[in-house]
Design a protein around this ligand. Structure first.
Ligand code: NDP
Length: 320
């Protein structure tokens, strides 16, 4: 099969298209023919050495496709089923293997491109809105990078719960998209903490969802109301350096959490619940997926460059 193979940590140029041996489904696993694979920041962190990786590596974890074979002991799946997962390995390839218990059957009515955008970014938006923090209806929150993959989905899931969203984004076009996704105000990054305070009558926001990290972290703390919470879920601008916990006291009994998707998809039941809610939200129109760009598998490096350069909106897909 054709796959993207990475031999060493480095820039996008280390993503090379090669012939590779197709995986075989082990016990409890599915072998899936890839329809589309999501491009996510985690693959940039892994490729560039921020997160450790054993090389050679075929990147990718979020994908959709059609089951072509099942391993011993698999129940509930058969060849021909349409599935999506965020726990495949090596999904930047024509085929990938995944534990059956980590895969979800894609309902009729949801196409495989849409399905490829849900398991990682969708599930992240779901756990951020429903589990990592619990803003109440009527609360105002701040979502950074509101036109991004996670940002657009998170904004829609929050507003569906009656939460009021202020978002940040770097251009007028991105801010327009964020407003269309339900944000009440979409603002630039310059002076965002003061602006968020103004927009909440001086009080500050209940929660900040910050996947931008290094460049926004400080302002995010300043934007919080008393007893507000910062959910730091990524570092698109760089990882946040150590900081003085006294900031939380001075800011008004603030809290900070640094959650990870895997910790919110721990059991079969929890994964099934998130997938069920996400699929239902797509089918009833609560959640609209924006595929910002599609790249052929061979252009994985271009896809990484695009995501890192802030030129993209919504979901980026690679298609074999
Ligand atoms: P996005 O589509 O949101 O792309 C990142 C966006 O961040 C950019 O479009 C850009 O929007 C903004 N940004 C601000 N500063 C920078 C910068 N210096 N360089 C690049 N981008 C910048 O990506 P994803 O939706 O894939 O991921 C969003 C975040 O969510 C990432 O930090 C990712 O690691 C994190 N994540 C965390 C998970 C978890 O469980 N903890 C799981 C999944 C994702 P703009 O131009 O508007 O500023």
């Amino acid at each position: 099969m054709r796959a993207i193979v990475v031999e060493r940590a480095g820039g996008p140029e280390v993503l090379e298209l090669r012939e590779a041996e197709a995986p075989r489904p082990g016990p409890g696993e599915l072998l899936v023919e890839t329809a589309a694979t999501g491009v996510n920041f985690i693959e940039i962190y892994r490729r560039s050495g921020v997160y450790p990786v054993d090389f050679p590596d075929i990147p990718g974890s979020e994908a959709s496709g059609t089951v072509v074979a099942v391993g011993d002991g698999v129940a509930g799946f058969a060849a021909g089923d349409r599935v999506a997962t965020s726990a495949g390995t090596g999904t930047y390839a024509e085929h990938f293997a995944v534990a059956a218990e980590q895969a979800a059957l894609v309902p009729d009515g949801i196409d495989l491109r849409t399905a490829a955008a849900l398991p990682l970014q969708g599930a992240t938006a779901h756990y951020l809105a429903a589990s990592a923090s619990r803003p109440e209806a009527g609360d105002t929150v701040l979502v950074h990078a509101g036109a991004g993959g996670v940002g657009l989905l998170l904004t829609q899931l929050l507003t569906a719960r009656g939460v009021r969203v202020i978002s940040t984004a770097s251009s007028d076009a991105k801010r327009e998209l964020s407003l269309a996704a339900g944000a009440e105000h979409a603002i630039g990054y310059e002076g965002f903490a003061d602006r968020a305070r103004e927009l909440t009558g001086g009080e500050g926001v209940a929660v900040v969802y910050d996947g931008v990290g290094e460049s926004t972290f400080d302002g995010s703390l300043s934007a919080l109301r008393v007893r507000g919470g910062l959910v730091l879920f990524g570092g698109a601008s760089g990882q946040v350096p150590p900081f003085d916990l006294q900031r939380l006291n001075a800011g008004g009994s603030l809290s900070v959490t640094r959650p990870s998707l895997g910790d919110f998809m721990r059991t079969v039941e929890e994964r099934a619940w998130r997938y069920r809610e996400l699929f239902a939200a797509v089918l009833d129109g609560t959640l609209e997926l924006r595929i910002g760009a599609r790249f052929p598998l061979a252009e994985a490096a271009e896809a990484h460059r695009a995501l890192a350069s802030r030129g993209t909106t919504g979901k980026l897909l690679l298609e074999p």
